[in-house]
Design a binder for this molecule. Sequence first.
Ligand SMILES: Nc1ncnc2c1ncn2[C@@H]1O[C@H](COP(=O)(O)OP(=O)(O)OP(=O)(O)O)[C@@H](O)[C@H]1O
Ligand SMILES: [Mg+2]
Length: 256
Amino acid sequence: MLSGEIISVISGKGGVGKSTVSANLAVSLARQGHSVALIDFDIYGSSIPKMMNIGFGPKSINNKIVPVESHGVTIMSMGFIVKNNDPVVWRGPMLGKVVEQFINDVIWGKLDYVVIDMPPGTGDVAMDVNRLIPSSYQILVTTPHPTASHVAERAGKMATNNNHDILGVVENMSYFQPPEDDTKYYIFGKGGSEHLALALETEVIAKLPIIAPKEGDFEPSIYRKGTLLFDKYNELAEKVVDLIRNKNSRSVQKPV
Ligand SMILES: Nc1ncnc2c1ncn2[C@@H]1O[C@H](COP(=O)(O)OP(=O)(O)OP(=O)(O)O)[C@@H](O)[C@H]1O
Ligand SMILES: [Mg+2]
């Protein structure tokens, strides 16, 4: 069974950095001493095994699954059950079974936080996960572009309709800042995340710059010490811990 605070990372559109944010948030939380799981439910575009540099799948013992560990994080991924990067042509009920298995049949151990990389949009798997995990904290990832944030609003509304609590909006690929000067270039425009936060009555909890991967870096997705994004993800992890602590203490104080 899953324990701990569940943080689902969602977006309206694909390609905005949902998996990158999920993986780096999980690694930063683990680095700060928390016990953390990362679940990749993105069946059609699973990228966590590659991002976390995992070349093998989980083992099973007595019908239970032993998750994989990388960067101090316990991981299960839809990518582990899709062989050779084959396109997935599964139908809804089969997907629902896998989602259920990931939640119930994995030896997770005691966890403080579970970060979930959700599939983009509001499709079947997203609905299954919402059904099986009826309450979670959600982080919405968007780029600053108005279209991306408009679509993300739909995903966010689905979350609130399902009683999930939105922690905040992460604006990814906010700006580009060349290493040699202080000028920020807003390549994808400005204001998308603020608009989204306003529409969902939440706040922007991070603005993450665009950083080009270093040539020859075989693991470019997890940002290393000494990079700007390493620091930004540390700050995000601290903020997420604080926000959840505050929300939990407020809900304990609520009159029944
Ligand atoms: N801040 C950033 N700076 C530079 N590149 C980034 C940044 N964030 C993400 N990327 C790159 O953008 C691409 C898309 O990111 P990612 O795979 O995390 O998005 P996604 O929302 O999970 O996409 P999908 O919908 O395909 O699952 C990747 O190649 C990733 O390395
Ligand atoms: Mg992804």
